[in-house]
Design a binder for this molecule. Sequence first.
Ligand code: NAD
Ligand code: UGA
Length: 481
Amino acid sequence: MVKICCIGAGYVGGPTMAVIALKCPDVEVVVVDISEARIAGWNSDRLPIYEPGLDDVVKRCRGRNLFFSTDVERYVGEADVVFVSVNTPTKTRGLGAGKAADLTYWESAARMIADVSRSDKIVVEKSTVPVKTAEAIEKILAHNGRGVRYQILSNPEFLAEGTAVRDLFAPDRVLIGGRETPEGQAAVKVLKDVYARWVPEDRIITTNLWSAELSKLAANAFLAQRISSVNAISALCEATGADVTEVACSIGKDSRIGPRFLSASVGFGGSCFQKDILNLVYICECYGLPEVADYWRQVIGINDYQKSRFVNRVVSSMFNTVAGKKVAVLGFAFKKDTGDTRETPAIDVCRGLLGDKAVVSIYDPQVTEEQVRRDLAMNKFDWDHPRHLQPVGEPADQPVAVTSDAYEAAHDAHAVCILTEWEEFRNLDYRRMYDLMQKPAFVFDGRNIVDPEKLRDIGFIVYAIGKPLDQWLKDMPAVAS
Ligand code: NAD
Ligand code: UGA
């Protein structure tokens, strides 16, 4: 049987390898990482990432055929198939800064593979990479190969955080791209046979390398585009009295459109949508396609607009100033059921409120105070580096508190902003919250999870994305900057 090693024990490497190990008990899977803290976490009772169902999967195969190690070179050297699932951040300096993918970690992984390999290997791109990366990797490996033969495959990952285990158990599709040579196709078959242990054959798609690489960027761009489309409509709903939930439901019934990914929100976050679209924009520019680049760039433009529109609503409703006013922020993770805060809209919203001198009190069931403070102190794009390499600015000397429950956050607050759709926020005792707060008391629902009418009956002034406005809000229109 093949031996598998995965470089990168992150949100993708950890869960995907755990599921492969679970479904293929006769395959040895070792996940390696340069971060000692991450590996120690994977070997402990408290995994380094929060993901429903993952603890159980890891417990069932760790020590049996699933191992986590910092001995990167040893396990890469021994493997037949090497997955590379390292960070591919956005470049912050030099050519393509602010758009292009920074392939530093990928390149160093490829050079290390070349250094330690003594037997032929299949190298699998699991990270999301610019189209044509496989060609660059082939060159690095070929020029440092010492006679070792390599086949590069593109096998992008489509899991979403919060549902990663479910997505990996029953993926919509598995995509494998390879060279159209007999050796390339033989490598595709090796990987296909691994997935075929639990994924129906008709869901395993094989393509050429460039289609697989580009499909991943395109899939994320299409998903993000749907959110920006509905968010753009949400602004028009607020201006006209239409209700974005009703509009989304109506258009989603059209089977050509479909109902998913049409929830208006304060904006999309997460480690990949923005990064991958910027990457796509850069690639289009490089291929001389400025119109195509502009088209996709606007998906991010609307997302930024949505976040600043939300902040402006908060400030304008509260007499055009939040200076010295306590604002409770419920939810800091970029979506529910994860502790991940990468590119979470909560960072931009908190920064906007702090910029207007608010006193911010944050509660999230899965995000630690240390993480919140790091996020608020970090420069754009710096988060996407292994933690020990992340440059963090001055500890934020800002009026920010992180609390251990929602009521403490709301105590004496003028407003509550809901920024993550955690289930527990649907079921809070809003009457109790109201009694704890300053008056007039405001709720700004950035996820459309509360019933505005019920809250209005309690006495709140309520803003919900894309929903008909209270008279109060109509009298104090927000202008997006
Ligand atoms: P992550 O930051 O959680 O994990 C990456 C890991 O790689 C880190 O632990 C880091 O220490 C390690 N690493 C970096 N360079 C290394 C090296 N040279 N040797 C050994 N380890 C090294 O990132 P992630 O969220 O798992 O994403 C990884 C890739 O997968 C990215 O390209 C991302 O775009 C893509 N992706 C992510 C998701 C997601 O939901 N997070 C989904 C699909 C695809
Ligand atoms: C997304 C894709 O869904 C995955 O297929 C992909 O593999 C992954 O990116 C990746 O490449 O990293 P993820 O970012 O984990 O997964 O989570 P999503 O469920 O896509 O949510 C992304 C953001 O969009 C969240 O902030 C979420 O709250 C927001 N969102 C989602 C909305 O605002 N409205 C929606 O209707 C759906």
